[in-house]
Structures are given as structure tokens and as C-alpha cells.
Design a protein around this ligand. Structure first.
Ligand code: ASP
Ligand code: MG
Length: 448
């Protein structure tokens, strides 16, 4: 059971977590928690401030966040437990003060120090959650994720070493579970073989949960968040949007690009490898079943499952007569994007042109300058990508016609279909995207 930052944001949120865990105690859960909301951002910010030679300001900026932990402790814990958690906080403060100082003096590689600093978010949240669960008579046991999840030493985005992680998790957590206790660990944090603290990348707690779930061959991995699973579309545009009961791993991967609400495909890979179902549920509505993400053979097929979109997209059209019948052309184009570290999303080609979309235009000018050496470049800003996802899309005739008939009066600038069997993606102008979403949702999801 993984709880995201908003699910452990304050005392009321901790109260909900206790109820949710107690409810499932029979299933022998393992609890993985993120840092309390905003804490990771605050720690990163402190790291940057220290790097700008302001270690005191950096340290002071953390005060309200320490206070938030203490507030929760105050609310739940007995005097004795409170005392020991308070001294934990004092110790963390001292250590953080020293590390921030080191950052400003640039002793030790900063990437390593950065991971040591951000790790405090998950460490404190998991220690606190352990105590809060115990205060509610749940037999919780703190487990240090840095001694469970083994990674390489790519700080900030470390890669887990599966065989070692699997062995240690099974051994360590297995014995805690056997004793009838509930292990509680921080997500996101790990350690290299040499014992240095590492982190798995932003949002990495989901990854930790998937690793632990896969190592223990859990019956289910639950991701507790503040939305009720995955919806048929954005409820801000279509209030009638519904929660999907099931989704395949492939469908979930296509939707991931469209928002943090759906899991990043990389983070659930261990679950995919071991075919463990991942359930996305809402800690505010624990009685709802949420959305179950499953191998495609087990998920309910439906030609259209969900319609997602993303605004703020820029299209580039690159045209060159030299492209006809020539090899190495695509490679030349993509090398330019690689050089400027720019991510390309949708790509379509014709005999003499390539069109593609970008959602990060930080290096646009430099990219276009280089592309102009290859051909003419046209830029179309303020576009939106619309993505229709469903397992039956490539194999069901008539779906494309149905999609485009519903929006036949709207101009479409790019279409990509077939690259993945579960998705149809196209691009329209940003100012019509709400209308497109409403019509498509009406077309595929209206009751009658
Ligand atoms: N606390 C980390 C972050 O904010 C990890 C997580 O929440 O999954 O990115
Ligand atoms: Mg998160």
C-alpha cells in the first residue's frame, strides 16, 4: 500500500491512512509512504539555496515543514512516543544544517549531498507514520528503505539492481511480516552498493512500491492518491467523466504522458514483469474500488477507454526535397534533438517532410537554427495533443471514422495511429481542444 504525499499531508490525512491500513490488516500489508506534500520541493529548494551560498536561509526555509511533522506527532502520539519522535526531528535538523553547510562549501560531490538532503522527506514521513499507526494499535515496524533497495550510483535517478533488492526485501520484510507486523518504509529512497543514499527520481515512491510488491510477489500493489483511479477523461471539461474499472498496462503507459495522475510506465515495470495488478485508489474515498491496472488479457476490452489531452504543444514541420529516397535523414534530424536534449513526442512523416511535436520549447530557437541547415522549418505554437486510448483501437474497424466524424468541422494538423495498438493521437489547435474532448466523450461514453 503506497501513500502519496497528499495522502500524508496533515493529521486528517494520517487518520485516513490508519483507517485504510486497519481495514486491510488481514491481507498482511506493507506500507510505503512518500514525503508529506511539498516537503521534497522544500528540501530541493533548500539544497539550491545552500548552493547559492545561503545555508542559513536554506535551513530556515525548512522550519515550517519540521513544524508540520511535529503537529501530526502532537495530534496522535503518547508522551513517550512524542519524545522519541521529537528527538528524531532534532537530530535530523542538526544533520541537515551540517549537510547544507557542506553544500555551500562544496565539500563532497553535490549530487550525493542532494540525495542525502531530499531523503529526509521520506525518512521522517515513514518514521512518523510508523508511530502514528502504532498509536492506533497497528503493529507497525519501521524499515529503512536505504537498506532494502539497492541501486547503481546514478544519484537523483538511480536504477535499482533487481536481484539484490529482491533478495533483501524478501528476507528483511518477509521476516517482519511473518512476525505479524506491518513494515513501513519510505518510498523514493535507496542506497548504492557502497551504502551511499540514492533516490529513484521524482515521483519515485510508486517505483519503490512496485519493487517491493514484485519482490514479495504481492497479490496487489495499491497506489493511494487523491484522485479516484483513472477517468474516462478530464472531469474539469466533462463533469460526467467516470472512473475506469480496469486498464491494461499498455493503456496506462500511453496515458502516463498526459499527467502525473497516471503512473509513469517505468515505475510500474516491476509489476508488469511479475504480472502483479496495480490498483489506483483515492484515500478520500477508500470504499470506491478505484482503477485496476492489469495484463491486457485480464482487463476488460473496450474500443475506447479514455481520452486525454495536453495543451501548450508546439509542432515543427521540416521539409526537404533531399529526404526523398535518402538514408540517414531521420537520424540527422533526431541527432539535433538529442544534442539540445529536447524530447519529441508525436512524429509523422511523408516522403519529403517530417512533422513532430514538442512540449518543452526551452531550446526551440537553437533546435530550429540547426534544423534549417537540413530543410525548411515551419513552427506552429499553441497546439494540443489529443490521445484516444483503448485496447481495440487498431483492430476495430470504424473507430477512426467515428472519432473524426465527431469533429469533422475541426482542423487536425497531425495524426498518428498504429504505432501502438492501443492509441490514436492527433493534434488540434489549443483553443478548440475543450470542444474536441466534450464531443468525443459524448460520442464514446454517453449512456444512450
Ligand atoms: N517525494 C518524492 C517526490 O515528491 C517521491 C514521491 O512522492 O513519489 O518526487
Ligand atoms: Mg508523488
Amino acid at each position: 500500500m503506497k501513500f502519496g504525499g497528499t495522502s500524508v499531508g496533515d493529521s486528517a490525512a494520517f487518520e485516513r491512512v490508519c483507517r485504510i491500513v486497519a481495514e486491510q490488516i488481514e491481507n498482511q500489508p506493507v506500507v510505503v509512504t512518500s514525503a508529506m506534500t511539498k516537503v521534497t520541493d522544500a528540501l530541493l529548494n533548500a539544497f539550491y539555496l545552500a548552493g547559492k551560498n545561503e545555508p542559513e536561509t536554506a535551513f530556515e526555509s525548512l522550519a515550517p515543514h519540521f513544524a508540520r511533522h511535529l503537529e501530526v506527532a502532537e495530534h496522535f502520539l503518547s508522551d513517550e512516543a512524542k519524545k522519541s519522535f521529537y528527538s528524531e526531528i532534532e537530530k535530523s535538523k542538526r544533520e541537515l544544517g551540517e549537510i547544507l553547510d557542506r553544500v555551500s562549501r562544496r565539500s563532497l560531490p553535490v549530487q550525493l549531498l542532494k540525495d542525502v538532503i531530499v531523503a529526509y522527506g521520506e525518512l521522517l514521513a515513514s518514521r512518523l507514520l510508523t508511530e502514528v499507526l502504532r498509536s492506533k494499535n497497528i503493529n507497525a515496524r519501521f524499515a529503512d528503505a536505504r537498506r532494502l533497495i539497492v541501486t547503481d550510483d546514478e544519484h537523483g535517478a538511480a536504477n535499482p539492481i533487481w536481484e539484490e533488492t529482491e533478495k533483501i526485501v524478501r528476507l528483511e520484510l518477509g521476516s517482519i511480516i511473518e512476525r505479524g507486523e506491518v513494515p513501513v518504509l519510505g518510498g523514493f529512497i535507496a542506497a548504492s552498493r557502497g551504502g551511499e543514499t540514492t533516490t529513484l527520481g521524482r515521483g519515485g515512491s510508486d517505483y519503490s512500491a512496485a519493487l517491493v510488491g514484485a519482490a514479495l510477489k504481492a497479490r496487489e500493489i495499491q497506489i493511494w492518491t487523491d484522485v479516484t483511479g483513472v477517468l474516462t477523461t478530464d472531469p474539469r471539461i466533462c463533469p460526467e467523466a467516470r472512473t475506469l474499472k480496469t486498464l491494461s498496462y499498455e493503456e496506462a503507459a500511453e496515458l502516463a504522458y498526459f499527467g502525473a495522475k497516471v503512473l509513469h510506465p517505468k515505475t510500474i515495470q516491476p509489476a508488469v514483469d511479475w504480472q502483479i495488478p496495480v490498483r489506483v485508489c483515492n484515500s478520500h474515498e477508500p470504499e470506491m474500488r478505484g482503477t485496476m491496472i492489469l495484463p491486457s488479457s485480464q482487463s476488460t476490452p473496450r474500443k475506447v477507454k479514455s481520452i486525454a489531452y495536453k495543451k501548450g504543444i508546439t509542432i515543427l514541420h521540416i521539409t526537404s526535397a533531399r529526404m526523398l529516397g535518402a538514408y540517414g535523414f531521420m537520424s540527422a534530424i533526431f541527432q539535433i534533438f538529442e544534442r539540445h536534449r529536447t524530447v519529441v513526442d508525436v512524429v509523422t512523416t511523408s516522403e519529403v517532410s517530417v512533422s513532430l511535436t514538442l512540449d518543452n520549447t526551452a531550446s526551440l530557437e537553437a533546435v530550429v537554427k540547426d534544423l534549417r541547415r537540413i530543410g525548411t522549418v515551419e513552427i506552429e505554437p499553441q497546439q494540443a495533443v489529443v490521445c484516444v486510448v483503448g485496447s481495440g483501437l487498431r483492430d476495430t474497424s470504424g473507430v477512426a471514422a467515428q472519432i473524426f466524424a465527431a469533429i469533422s468541422d475541426i482542423n487536425i494538423s497531425l495524426i498518428s495511429h498504429g504505432a501502438s495498438s492501443v492509441n490514436m493521437t492527433f493534434v488540434v489547435q489549443e483553443n478548440v481542444v475543450n470542444e474536441v474532448i466534450k464531443r468525443l466523450h459524448g460520442e464514446f461514453f454517453s449512456e444512450n
